[in-house]
Ligand binder design. Structure first.
Ligand SMILES: C[S@@+](CC[C@H](N)C(=O)[O-])C[C@H]1O[C@@H](n2cnc3c(N)ncnc32)[C@H](O)[C@@H]1O
Length: 196
């Protein structure tokens, strides 16, 4: 099966890579979601809308629903199984460009599943989707060699270098760090707070 075949994201996949045997679970995710939400507040960003791209089990969407129920949420996923089970819109980020931006966009562990031909379009769509802040995480070639735990991480993915991703992301964003990116002409950052 191809790394980007939507049918591979099924019950077995989510059971294998989430929960006790996986990369993260709702409890760990809550630390990250709280930190991202509060960093946004620090920069004066009021998060009124969130787009969760490749939402999977919907942990980000559920955290926002529980802690900030007035925030407008949209979660999308390419997997028919995930959409039917956790209630996302069945959309592929490489094909779908939102008509209006969201204050915060989450793209957590998704782009490594998008093939060479389509990933640049997916990044362009993330650029169009983000009004204030993008949270992005994915394993690069270097991470897959040196950082990730091979027991807990899916290795059947597209491998690209950090340099490759930066080149394309920097068309739309400045890197803040810790997975956060701000659009060019977005909230002003001190020189040492974000890359140029
Ligand atoms: C590793 S899981 C991450 C789930 C979730 N973001 C999290 O971190 O808990 C990857 C998810 O991305 C979805 N996905 C893969 N390619 C996608 C695409 N092109 N558009 C939207 N979702 C995609 C998969 O169906 C799967 O649910």
């Amino acid at each position: 099966m191809q790394a980007d075949d939507p049918a591979r994201f099924d019950d077995a996949y989510y059971s294998r890579f989430y929960g006790e045997t996986g990369a993260h679970d709702p409890e760990r995710l809550a630390h990250l979601a709280l930190a991202v939400h509060h960093m946004a507040a620090w920069w004066g960003i009021t998060v009124r809308s969130v787009l969760d791209v490749g939402a999977g089990m919907g942990m980000w969407r559920d955290w926002y629903r529980a802690h900030h129920p007035t925030v407008h949420l949209q979660s999308i996923d390419v997997s028919p199984y995930a959409c039917a089970t956790w209630g996302h819109d069945h959309l592929d980020i490489a094909d779908w460009r939102p008509s209006a931006p969201f204050d915060l966009v989450i793209c957590h562990s998704v782009l490594q599943y998008v093939d060479e031909e389509r990933v640049v379009r997916a990044i362009d769509h993330l650029g169009a989707a983000t009004r204030h802040l993008l949270y992005l995480e994915l394993p690069t070639t270097g991470d897959l060699m040196h950082i990730i735990d091979p027991e807990r991480t899916d290795l059947h993915v597209f491998r690209r270098t950090a340099r490759w991703y930066r080149q394309h992301l920097e068309m739309h964003f400045r890197q803040v760090g810790a997975g956060l990116w701000v659009p060019h002409h977005g909230v002003p950052m001190y020189e040492l707070e974000a890359s140029r």
